[in-house]
Ligand binder design. Structure first.
Ligand SMILES: [Zn+2]
Ligand SMILES: [Zn+2]
Length: 561
């Protein structure tokens, strides 16, 4: 099916409900889901994803392309953010100018969103409404209810969406944690009651649908962290996802239990700690020791929390591993604990980090050595529990890559529940009989380059990758009116090592080749900038490839006096 460029081109029928994922289906990250009914659009989550080895250099943040919403922007009745993780709220300030609809979320999420909007100078422009967990709200034709679940951050909410005679349970991110260590327990009574009253569709988290069993409780993770940290004689530095406030709660408790004081390295950890405390969470978290006071604290009493659990080069943990952190140097027999999973694509970065730490004789503990991380997403037994409680007729797996969504659909069918497979851009009609795809809209990924959002296949980003791969060669020829060289051709290389070849003789050989070429070309070619540029590129490119074995990006300037 050929995608249309805009949702206004989709033949929606009044009185019916439609679901359109624009991000997060077929990938982990940048969740953005759209519901449509009676000419009104409801957005659920506006998240980012992060660049990895496969994205163009310099692109760290990626947003979903929402141009399909452009012509229906006035019809967006609201944007609901289910919880405060970056893959759900992180793109709000980047995409605000394209959305401009009131935002609804619970207080902790609102606090995180407010900080981001404030940093982007948008705080006074965005109507941000706080909704209490468990409450109801009518947004246009959508009757909404927030249902409390558990995850790895305060206030993870599912959303019950009722309209056009349909009832959809949109899970957001969740797990069943009987001992979440922070925030509320999941509202099992409400879930069972919803099952009684009749949920037709679940649009749900597929992240761990390939993993049997239960994801495990944060309380078990706390126990493992305590065991690991209690037996270390020297300094311990722990890195985890900054937004994993459940883990921060565990680590705060471990600090109390092991007589250690906590120092935080990295801005995003500070931000989440502050936000959690200001909204009533992490009440028992210990007072922080400023970095300048660390010298007065024995190593055995130090617990350092550092950003950079995925080996991000600018984050605190990478700088500690390289010995480049301005506030702290790790010493032999210190221990670094990676209390996080490895996101696929980051393995190499992390292996390099482990090596650097080992070279410093620092002990490294990852989740391979001890159960010091639990996932925040439901494994198969949790999905089974949820579906037995809700008894939906149909499941639409989202929030996952193809294999996660396929496993999720297969689990639903094991329970006798129908399922529909979607990828970003599919327009599904949600009817009593099930979900049917009626159209496709264009979707895509936009990379943040400076302050601009640019499609990842944009020419500038393709060029950037070519520059990173092969370097740059510039050639400038200055010609008089008869197309004769006025001065020697200027040739420069950037990021291209000359290897065995003497750079000066390389220069002069290339200059000679350019002069020869100019003397051989006919006057028509010489008078045309484009034709001349092509000839120069071909000739010099061939020589550079032959002599250096590389194919740098070429920039040829023809200047005529
Ligand atoms: Zn989440
Ligand atoms: Zn998520």
């Amino acid at each position: 099916m050929k995608p249309v460029s805009n949702l206004s081109q989709v033949p929606f029928v009044d009185g019916e409900l439609y679901f359109v994922p624009l991000g997060g289906s077929g990938e982990i990250g940048m969740n953005l889901n759209v519901y449509q009914c009676d000419g009104q659009f409801l957005l659920v989550d506006v998240g980012i994803t992060f660049g990895d080895d496969s994205t163009p250099p310099g692109i760290d943040v990626i947003c979903p392309d929402v141009s399909a919403l452009r012509s229906v922007r006035e019809q967006i009745v609201g944007i609901v953010i289910t919880h405060a993780h970056e893959d759900h709220v992180g793109a709000l300030h980047y995409l605000w100018n394209q959305l401009k609809a009131p935002v609804y979320c619970t207080p902790f999420t609102a606090s995180v969103a407010r900080r981001k909007l404030g940093e982007a100078g948008l705080l006074d422009q965005v109507p941000l409404h706080e909704v209490l967990p468990g409450s109801h709200l009518q947004l246009g034709c959508f009757d909404l209810e927030w249902v409390t679940l558990t995850h790895s951050i305060p206030e993870p909410n599912a959303l019950v969406i009722q309209t056009a005679g349909r009832c959809v349970f949109h899970t957001g991110d969740w797990k069943l944690d009987p001992h979440p260590l922070q925030g509320d327990h999941y509202d099992d009574r409400r879930l069972l009651a919803l099952g009684e009253s009749g949920v037709e569709f679940v649009v749900g988290d597929s992240t761990n649908a390939t993993v049997e069993g239960w994801s495990g409780s944060e309380a078990e993770c706390h126990k493992a962290l305590l065991e690991v940290i209690a037996k270390q004689p020297n300094r311990v530095a722990v890195t985890c996802f900054s937004s994993n406030t459940a883990r921060l709660a565990s680590l705060g408790d471990v600090a109390h239990e092991t007589g250690r004081r906590v120092t935080v390295l990295g801005r995003s950890l500070f931000n989440y700690l502050q936000t959690a405390k200001s909204t009533g969470y992490l009440k028992n978290f210990p007072e922080l020791v400023p970095t300048e006071d660390l010298d007065y604290l024995p190593r055995s009493e130090q617990l350092i929390l550092a950003t950079g659990s995925q080996g991000e080069p600018r984050a605190a943990m990478a700088r500690l591993a390289k010995g480049e952190h301005q506030d702290l140097l790790l010493e032999p027999d210190d221990t670094v604990v990676f209390s996080s999973k490895v996101i696929p694509g980051n393995e190499k970065k992390l292996d390099r980090l482990y090596d650097l730490l080992s070279q410093k004789k620092v002990h490294v503990v990852t989740e391979k050595e001890a159960p010091i991380h639990v996932s925040g997403h439901p494994c198969r037994d949790e999905l089974r529990w949820m579906y037995r409680a809700l008894r939906p007729k149909h499941v639409i797996p989202v929030h996952g890559e193809e294999r996660h969504m396929a496993a999720h659909a297969e689990l639903a069918s094991e329970l006798g529940i129908g399922s529909a497979r979607v990828v970003n851009g599919d327009v599904l009609h949600l009817a009593a009989s099930g979900a049917t795809m009626i159209a496709k809209v264009a979707t895509g990924r936009l990379g943040l380059s400076g302050s601009s959002l640019v499609p990842l296949n944009h020419r500038a980003l393709t060029e950037r990758r070519a520059l990173a791969d092969g370097g740059l060669m510039t050639l400038t020829v200055v010609l008089d009116q008869k197309a004769r060289l006025v001065t020697e051709p200027q040739i420069q290389f950037v990021g291209v090592p000359a290897g065995e070849i003497d750079p000066e003789s390389l220069q002069s050989d290339l200059q000679y080749a350019v002069e020869e070429l100019l003397s051989e070309l006919n006057s028509r070619t010489l008078q045309s900038d484009d034709a001349l540029r092509n000839e120069l590129q071909r000739e010099v490119g061939t020589l550079v490839r032959r002599w250096l074995g590389v194919k740098p990006k070429q920039l040829v300037n023809v200047i005529r006096l």
